[in-house]
Design a protein around this ligand. Structure first.
Ligand code: FES
Length: 356
């Protein structure tokens, strides 16, 4: 049992807890050392030059609002550079110049704002050192009233309300600062109306279906039952924007027994002898639907597992996609090659683009 060092019988028996300095404690006695750290307190307050010299005070004020104005200039310059030195596709020099100028202008805007704020707080705001005891997170009513009072005092002491040039220039800098971001992010949106862009692909009447990526035309006789072909339009590989076009026009070609296909009215002529072609672009969020289950005739999208039933015009039977894959009407030409009868009859890709 623990005892204090006040003369208890077992004090010297080595089992007591005493409060004493280590040198006096018996061997094996637990020692509760006194707090080793003294609160050093705050060093004496030193006045700054701006506290005692009004001339220095005005100079400091001038520097602060000059920095805030510089920040405004930086933000405006960023927008101006972005417009005046645009990125020209394929021109690396224009990318470098655009990036350099934007970086310099934004750095000027941010740096001036930060340095101005620090300079203001170090030289012009009240410099007294304060210490506050810890307290519960929610203060008492008195504390809350006091905090409002402190806030008002802060306003008074920082001169935020009084030093109108600093206040206004700071507000201006803060308002101007997001401008480059707004302009830059706006340009991340597609340049042209995406609905119009996705409404049409390069498929056209008489265009041959060719192997992806070789571009070799496909004969109907090559497509055996159960097989699946990844298809691109004829001539795609020679186009400058082939990747953009391929992203819309990629097609999957499959052959089923004609009696397995459930064809709706108006689509009777869209398949050739059980050979059907569907857009490869998932109607959920646009991943390539690349997995074909030969036995079940299901197409699977690997991204979020949307499953399309080829026997039922690729209707969705599972997953987040909301509409069937668009069908490409096909036929054969005089040489037996598979050709498109027309473009798709609806936009390919995510359903979102249809919501105009
Ligand atoms: S993109 Fe195909 S299921 Fe999500």
């Amino acid at each position: 049992m623990a005892q204090h060092d006040d003369g208890g019988d077992n004090a010297a028996a080595g089992s007591a807890v005493v409060k004493s300095e280590p040198p006096q404690a018996s061997r094996g006695t637990a020692v509760i050392a006194s707090d080793a750290f003294e609160n050093p307190g705050l060093p004496p307050h030193r006045l700054r030059v701006t506290d005692i010299d009004p001339q220095k005070d005005r100079t400091a004020e001038r520097r602060v609002y000059t920095l805030f104005y510089l920040s405004i200039v930086g933000s405006i310059l960023a927008v101006a550079f972005y417009v005046a030195f645009p990125i020209i596709p394929g021109d690396t020099a224009s990318v470098r110049l655009n990036t350099l100028l934007l970086g310099l202008a934004i750095a000027l805007g941010l740096l001036s704002l930060g340095v101005g704020a620090i300079y203001w707080s170090k030289n012009l705001m009240r410099g007294d050192e304060l210490s506050e005891d810890r307290h519960l997170t929610r203060g008492s009513e008195e504390t809350r009233a006091r905090s409002i009072e402190i806030f008002k005092e802060g306003n008074q002491e920082s001169g935020f309300g009084r030093r109108t040039l600093i206040r206004n220039s700071l507000l201006g800098a803060l308002v101007a600062f997001p401008l480059p971001g707004i302009v830059l992010f706006r340009d991340l949106a597609p340049a042209a109306d995406p609905v119009k862009q996705l409404e049409h692909t390069m498929w056209a009447k008489g265009m041959r279906l060719t192997h992806d990526p070789s571009g070799t035309p496909i004969k109907a006789s090559d497509v055996t039952i159960g097989s699946v072909f990844h298809v691109i339009p004829e001539g795609l590989n020679s186009k400058a924007d082939r990747l953009e076009e391929k992203a819309k026009a990629a097609v999957l070609l499959m052959r089923l027994k004609p009696e397995d296909l459930h064809v709706s009215s108006g689509r009777e002529t869209w398949n050739y002898n059980g050979i059907v072609a569907y857009s490869k672009i998932c109607t959920h969020v646009g991943c390539p639907v690349a997995l074909y289950e030969q036995q079940t005739h299901h197409l699977l999208c690997p991204c979020h597992s949307s499953t399309f039933d080829v026997t039922n015009e690729c209707e969705v039977i599972f997953g987040p996609a909301k509409r069937p894959l668009p069908q490409l009407p096909i036929a054969i030409d005089s040489e037996g090659y598979l050709v498109a009868q027309s473009d798709f009859h609806e936009p390919v890709g995510p359903s979102f683009w249809e919501r105009t």
